[in-house]
Write a protein that binds this ligand. Structure first.
Ligand code: ADP
Ligand code: MG
Length: 376
């Protein structure tokens, strides 16, 4: 397939912070970008050439995207997979609607991880109430997760007993769920792979991820794990992308267990919060990779230029009256980059900004990153 070159128009479904960083990368290369997002103040709209302010399944808006864009991608996994399949009839779409549909559904996702020959936590797929009337002890204590629409720890209930699991399932309204055994995590890591339609792949350095209340708080790169383990995580991500015949950027989250075994937690069919560090610290960043994959270009090199720590800033750091954090010290730090998403309303738990600290080693970067957070 011929490569799509600047100044072609690229389309993206979703205009959140991932879309904003995608637009920034694409524009810098000379592409033009159309964003579809129903929010008039979507973070990506500020930088886009065209903002189609409409619902994700709006027929007119989708027709405009198909007509005006040389290629279309997505920045969030809960995009309508059928809309992507529809667009694919007349324009290039990556990742495919089928891959997005798999990543949207924890049951399909886990079954594909298994098909790719990779381990998951022991889990029970619960599509209806009969499915939970079995012996649950292999999955307890566990976490009941809704199959769809969960993110940042939402739609999850921790359960100790079979009675608790059944009650939690009923409380979630009887929707499809997975009951997953609670594992003893040594740490969490992610690997982000880019795969093109010609099956070329490139994987970013593995990130070590620390969560607070189910939300990513810090990413540390290189991850503080044995190189062999990091290489295995990268290999697993490639294996999963290949099993799915995936085109685009795919993020894979892993659990590292006490015996250094790796378990696939979940995947995201797009750039990932744990890959923001690539903007400041890699030869090519994950948004440039998204552009390159959708345009049929070779993936860029993924080498790490410097150890780095990324810190997420949630609305909690903003004042109750919406006042900005005290940026003064952070802005003066010469090895630190702030990325603010331009969101008007700060709410607790809402991702508002992040910053990256680059230093000679991750211990120094982490120490500085945490000290900076205390000044905000
Ligand atoms: P989300 O879609 O909200 O990111 P995840 O399935 O990744 O949902 O779960 C969020 C976090 O909860 C994980 O990053 C991990 O810290 C914790 N967690 C999830 N599943 C398990 C499990 N089976 N065992 C231990 N911790 C888990
Ligand atoms: Mg997760």
């Amino acid at each position: 397939m011929a490569a799509i070159l600047p100044p072609a128009m690229l389309g993206i479904l979703g205009g959140g912070q991932l879309g904003r960083m995608f637009v920034t990368a694409a524009k810098r290369m000379g592409y033009r970008v159309t964003v579809l997002d129903p929010d008039a103040s979507a973070p990506a709209a500020e930088f886009a050439d065209v903002h189609l302010c409409a619902a994700f399944d709006d027929a007119d808006a989708l027709a405009t995207l198909a007509r005006t864009c040389a290629a279309v991608t997505t920045e969030f996994e809960n995009v309508n997979a059928d809309a992507m399949r529809l667009l694919a009839k007349t324009t290039r779409v990556s990742p495919s609607g089928d891959c997005v549909a798999i990543a949207q559904d924890r049951i399909a996702e886990k079954s594909w991880v298994g098909k790719a020959g990779l381990p998951t936590a022991p889990y029970l797929a619960i599509e209806s109430v009969e499915d939970i009337q079995v012996e649950l002890s292999p999955y307890l204590p566990g976490i009941l997760k809704t199959a769809r629409l969960g993110y940042d720890g939402k739609g999850q209930v921790r359960v100790k007993t079979a009675d608790e699991a059944r009650a939690a399932y009923a409380n979630l309204g009887g929707q499809a769920c997975v009951l997953e055994k609670m594992l003893d995590l040594k740490l969490e890591v992610s690997a982000i792979v880019t795969r093109t339609s010609a099956a070329q792949v490139a994987v970013f350095p593995v990130s070590e991820n620390i969560h607070q209340n189910g939300i990513l708080d810090e990413s540390i790169v290189p991850a503080r794990i044995a190189p062999e383990l990091a290489a295995r995580a990268q290999q697993y991500a490639v294996q999963l992308a290949e099993a799915l015949d995936y085109v685009g950027v795919l993020a894979v989250e892993f659990f590292v267990l006490g015996d250094d075994s790796l378990v696939v937690n979940e995947m995201a069919p797009r750039p990932h919060n744990s890959g923001h560090y690539t903007i400041d610290a890699c030869v090519t960043n994950q948004y440039q990779q998204q552009v390159r994959a959708m345009c049929g270009l070779l993936p860029g090199k993924t080498d790490l230029l410097s150890p780095v720590v990324m810190v997420n800033l949630l609305g909690d750091v903003w004042g109750e009256d919406g006042s900005e954090p005290n940026w003064a010290v952070l802005m003066e730090a010469p090895n630190t980059h702030l990325h603010s998403y331009g969101k008007k309303h700060a709410r607790p738990g809402r991702k508002m900004a992040h910053y990256c600290v680059l230093a000679a080693n991750v211990d120094d970067a982490l120490e500085q990153a945490r000290a900076l957070k205390d000044t905000l």
